[in-house]
Design a protein around this ligand. Structure first.
Ligand SMILES: [Zn+2]
Length: 379
């Protein structure tokens, strides 16, 4: 691992989190990392709901923001969880997450046992049909020793590294999101910026937003918040890696709350004026569905922000094999800066896009007279 390339404190958090084993319904090691992080900072208030989603509240300075942001990310990545030994050197493991079934047999995997990785190879899978597609459900894995039930399994890919400004790792989706949140908090705390913001880390997103849905049912997110769901999303021809983090106007399933998207866009615009290196994009990312759709459907004003991702879910389609996911390191730094600005901004919430209305009023005023007078007499 070239740790020199992860230079800033935020990038070190990214490297740390990308190294932690995680899988849907087996996020406990990431949870422990977040707990240790929160314990270091007195000003953070960490609460966990009854299903283990983590809510962090940071309020500094005197100002209470009427409508604070709640930035969310998820703690899992598609992966295996050991179930039982079928024989001395054959493990049956659950598979959870969206990876096409063709990529399993023959692929190398690793299980986290007693603080070390034990490597193995998938020999066969059992599939089921769910939501119209045949998907892997369990895998039979050849292993050199007994793997205790509950051990986390991931694809056997190298430790995180930076190459040509890109970060290659097993689990950018969504450790990059979770790390962006902790990096943002770290910056706010160190600079003692006046702010009032919530951050939610959810469990089991990869099986269908299980944690996020529970968080809305359990009222984990304060009702006065608007939600910004942070994720990574397959790079698209119109949404390129390195061109800045992407404000999503919607996903494959729904369009997000316009006033909330507009607020995030406005905050990014102000940031770009102050900081010339800040870049961002505003796009429809319809490659998949993200948690913002669930938050929106379940009653929150919600939008999404993502980083363009290569080898989504570790699938290298060109070479037809399992490979590290990758993101652009500048995109990561820029999304952290964006979250810092959002945590400090007042959402001028009226259910309308006030900035767009101001613009409309300006052009209306400019053209009003000519529009009238040219009605019968062209000018
Ligand atoms: Zn995913």
């Amino acid at each position: 691992m070239d740790s020199k390339m992860f230079s800033s404190p935020g990038q070190k958090i990214l490297r740390d989190m990308l190294s932690i084993p995680t899988a849907p319904f087996a996020e406990h090691l990431v949870v422990e990392y977040v707990e240790r992080f929160c314990a270091k900072h007195e000003s953070l208030k960490l609460t966990c709901d009854s299903v283990g989603n983590m809510l962090i509240h940071l309020r500094q300075g005197r100002r209470k923001i009427a409508r604070p942001v709640c930035v969310t990310a998820h703690l899992d990545h598609p992966g295996f969880v050991a179930h039982r030994m079928l024989s001395a050197k054959r493990l049956q493991a659950f598979w959870r997450g969206g990876v096409p079934k063709e990529y399993f047999v023959g692929s190398r995997v690793r299980f986290w046992v007693d603080k070390t990785w034990v490597r193995g190879r998938v020999r066969s899978i059992k599939t089921v049909v769910s939501r119209g597609q045949r998907r892997a459900e369990t895998a039979s894995v050849e292993v050199p020793r007994e793997i205790p039930a509950g051990s986390i399994g991931m694809w056997d890919l190298p430790e995180p590294k930076v190459r040509n400004g890109r970060v290659y790792a097993r689990s950018c989706d969504d450790m990059a999101g979770a790390a962006a949140i902790l990096s943002c908090i770290n910056k706010l705390v160190r600079a003692r910026h006046s702010c009032d913001a919530y951050f939610l880390l959810t469990r089991a997103e990869e099986v269908g937003f299980a944690g996020a849905i529970a968080a809305t049912r359990l009222r984990t997110i304060p009702q006065r918040c608007f939600v910004v769901a942070m994720d990574t999303s397959s790079e698209l021809p119109h949404a390129r890696m390195g061109a800045g983090p992407i404000l999503r106007v919607g996903d494959k399933t729904s369009a997000f709350t316009h006033a909330t998207t507009a607020h995030c866009h406005h905050v990014a615009g102000l940031l770009a004026k102050k900081n010339r290196s800040f870049k961002h994009q505003r796009k429809l990312m319809d490659g998949g569905t993200c948690e913002a759709s669930a938050y929106g459907a379940l009653g929150f004003e919600a939008t999404g922000v993502c980083l363009a991702l290569g080898n989504y879910h570790n699938v290298d389609k060109k070479r037809k094999r399992i490979a590290p996911e990758y993101i652009d390191l500048n995109d990561f730094d820029n999304v952290v800066a964006w979250f810092v600005a959002l945590a400090r901004a007042e959402h001028p919430y009226t259910g309308r896009d006030e900035n767009l209305l101001t613009l409309i009023r300006e052009v209306e005023l400019k053209n009003k007279r000519l529009l009238r007078t040219s009605r019968r007499q062209p000018r």
